[in-house]
Ligand binder design. Sequence first.
Ligand code: NDP
Length: 240
Amino acid sequence: MTKPLVAITGASSGIGEATARAFSKAGHPVLLMARRMDRMEAMNLPNAVLRQVDVRDRDAIAAAVRDAEAIHGPVDMMFANAGIARLADIGRQPPEEWDEMIDINTKGVMNTVHAVMKGMMERRHGTLVMMSSIAGRKVYPDHTVYCGTKFFVHAVAESLREYLSAHDVRVIVLSPGVIETEVLSGVLDETTLANYKSNKAKMGGGIGAEIVGDLILNAYQLPQNALVQEICLTPTRQTY
Ligand code: NDP
């Protein structure tokens, strides 16, 4: 039997890439969206539609979804994952870094969800997975605006979950702790980066992105009337 289409933003590396691989291995066609086409092409996944999309561009996401759905049918799982972490001491952080995080991590997530929500409601079927963070549950003094963006995702996910439950659409919010990815390449403040790396070393490093991808697949594979509302996954030694 043909499996439904799944769509992922930020699919060119890290957790998005790992999730694309997990769903592809399980036999799903995939719509992969990110800015780095070469990285998505190198994954060489079967039945994959690749689109160069910046999540700040609402029309581009909608067009990518339309293209992929014309080939593989409706998107049944959307992973609004794309994000950046410009962690910094707020006293010296340039405001342009807030703008970027707010636009990508909050409006980008809304643009992504918006592209598929109506169709899922009409079909009374579908799953939205929204990328927050452990930093969307608690605050850290050098994560100020990043925490703000992730608290935003938490609040929207919880509100959406209530709104969509009557339409049988599931909303899962994902709150990982330290995962081994390229995310630290976005930290431009050297002191914050050094502190983060030192804390990470103390907890024995981050955990593999493939663990996150497999967990999302497991949650998705439950029957549509069973919902894992939140996945909060950290290294065992992470206490903060
Ligand atoms: P990576 O840096 O490896 O992946 C980030 C992904 O987001 C890339 O595929 C990147 O693709 C994409 N992306 C960034 N900006 C945009 C944009 N404007 N438009 C489209 N795609 C974009 O890090 P992670 O896998 O760790 O990050 C994924 C998500 O997980 C983020 O939202 C992050 O905040 C969250 N997270 C990560 C944790 C960790 O410890 N790693 C912990 C908690 C949450 P490209 O540059 O090609 O566009």
